[in-house]
Design a protein around this ligand. Sequence first.
Ligand code: NDP
Length: 284
Amino acid sequence: MRFAVFGNPIAHSLSPLIHEHFASQVGLNLTYERILVDRPFATMVTDFFEAGGNGCNVTVPCKLEAFALATRLSDNAQAAGAVNTLKRDDDGSISGFNTDGPGLVRDLQRLHLLKDKARVLILGAGGAAQGIVRPLLEAGVAHITMVNRQVTKAANIAAHFPSKVEAQSYQSLNESLAAKLSHDHQAVSFDLIINATSSSLLHVLPPIEALIVQQAGAVYDLMYTPQGETIFTRFARDLGVGKTADGIGMLIAQAALSFEIWTGKRPDIAKTIAYLQAYLQERH
Ligand code: NDP
């Protein structure tokens, strides 16, 4: 079977390593290439499928083009407005999926970070944030507060989930919750804070009051590092938050869901996380 990941840049992608590890676990023979998108995306993907490709992953900046290319879309791809997994069907048509959000949910469940009826704070309203809202609500999250510097982006996402998702600016969240929490230090206002901004990539903290982070039940950052800790999870841990995690498990879980869509086989996520962590630490 032949698979690939399309993006630009692509040289850094860990997807080949992850999928080859999955294949070795379940005894499948496959190839998985990195393909740099330096021509029109749709042409490159169509050529790949015509040459015998079975499926591909799609990463930055092509997820919207993959969405437009797919003839059929999963519910999660529809809700996310973006596609990270394409599959060539038996009739030659192309189906599009988005496994990022379900991958996050699977990892949160693995880590026991997702309480039933949880109240969740999502920082950020970019592509990743948009893709995680629906899967989180389907997994039993009761309410989501979404904050973003450009608050209209959060408001546009929240508008699809009336009464379940509320958009706020950092300023209004900081002012209202910090004032409340300063009177009641035991109050845990959010069961889980998810950093879905790219701030950790830039090695800066999102502009959220420390008091709000300190009162969280758990903190998860979508970004991952060889050390298993980002500037934001470190910040939370230093404030005393007991449960923190970076996004390596999400990376592996979203890949596992793509693998399942293509092959029908379910790899062991924990084994591949251990393998990839060892690889990243050795390379660091
Ligand atoms: P986008 O570029 O679509 O969105 C970026 C978001 O980050 C926006 O909401 C932006 O706010 C916000 N932001 C950027 N810098 C700051 C800052 N200094 N302070 C506060 N907010 C900031 O990126 P994605 O949504 O695609 O990705 C977000 C993160 O998620 C990345 O770190 C990415 O690596 C990670 N990711 C991890 C995955 C995994 O499998 N583990 C999968 C997908 C993504 P504004 O709109 O106001 O500018």
